[in-house]
Design a protein around this ligand. Structure first.
Ligand SMILES: C[S@@+](CC[C@H](N)C(=O)[O-])C[C@H]1O[C@@H](n2cnc3c(N)ncnc32)[C@H](O)[C@@H]1O
Length: 286
């Protein structure tokens, strides 16, 4: 791992995610050894829009039970489990952060889906897989930690088959303005590499991909945050009435820690200002 990759993995390893999730499940009255994947949705989709955004992306892809799927930067495995559950496909996740890989494996075992999803430690810029091993690659909210976009696309192209598809959903730079830190993917500018849609298109074209579809999801993201905020306000009003004020047992605070409020505020402020936006791009092997 490079020094930068060490820094990225350190940031994502800062909280004992698996223990926090197990404690949250117990707090909700679940047996952590036997859970339905949906129970984890508040915590295991670590990108803007959560499972709704993953479903939106998948709606535009042809996935079948025999599609070999790779999830690059698979986090704690939510998107991989969603793909396996919806299509019956086998999904391989790869992630830089060993603690996330360990958590992804443990949660998948708890959900009883380890026969369909597997997770490896590795970098998007040097994937530990042979050429043409997959038909579909996904990458959700990962490129913001990787300065070398050309390497991401080169590696994705190498491991995809001749008719392969690469579906990307990243936060990209869409306008002028400084980013305030922390944000959900970086405590400081040192590990943040937000690039423009044009940077992604150029790197993709150089690696041999054609762009099939591109969608700026800023408006949908802001609507999503408003709904989350309204639900949180309603929950806290109810808690105040019953005198028990505590964060929900499962949520992205389990991954982002106590600075989640500041991280979200900085990110939402930058989306509102037009500085950044979540952008979805679907590429095919040209
Ligand atoms: C914001 S999380 C998104 C996780 C997951 N894709 C999801 O949507 O739930 C970013 C993830 O990217 C991973 N990551 C960052 N740089 C990476 C790299 N060079 N190679 C592989 N994974 C990386 C981090 O470890 C982290 O799990």
């Amino acid at each position: 791992m490079s020094d930068l990759e060490d820094g990225v993995a350190d940031q994502y390893s800062a909280y004992d995610v698996l223990s926090r999730i197990k404690a949250g499940l117990e707090g909700m009255g679940h047996d952590p050894e036997r859970i339905e994947p949906d129970v984890l949705k508040a915590v295991d989709e670590f990108h803007i829009g959560g499972a709704e955004a993953t479903a939106h992306l998948l709606d535009q892809l042809a996935v079948h039970a025999d599609t070999r799927v790779l999830d690059i930067g698979s986090g704690i495995g939510g998107p991989a489990r969603l793909v396996a559950g919806r299509f019956g496909a086998k999904v391989t996740g790869v992630d830089l952060t060993p603690a996330f890989v360990e958590t992804a494996r443990a949660l998948s075992a708890m959900c009883g889906v380890s026969d369909r999803v597997g997770f490896e430690v590795g970098s998007a810029t040097s994937l530990p897989f042979p050429d043409r091993a997959f038909d579909l690659a996904l990458m959700l909210h990962v490129g913001m930690n990787i300065p070398d976009k050309a390497a991401i696309f080169r590696e994705a192209r190498r491991v995809l088959s001749e008719r392969g598809v690469f579906a990307v959903y990243d936060v990209m730079r869409t306008g002028a303005g400084e980013l305030a830190y922390p944000v959900p993917w970086a405590d400081s500018a040192a590990i943040s590499s937000v690039a423009t849609p044009e940077d992604y298109r150029t790197a993709a074209a150089q690696a041999g991909f054609g762009l099939r579809n591109e969608e700026n999801r800023a408006a949908i993201a802001l609507d999503f945050f408003s709904r989350i905020q309204a639900a949180a306000q309603e929950a806290s009003a109810q808690e105040a009435a019953t005198e028990k004020a505590a964060p929900p047992p499962l949520g992205l605070h389990n991954l982002m820690g106590p600075t989640i409020g500041e991280k979200m505020k900085n990110m939402i402020g930058a989306i509102k200002a037009g500085t950044i936006a979540p952008v979805q791009m679907i590429f095919h092997v040209a």
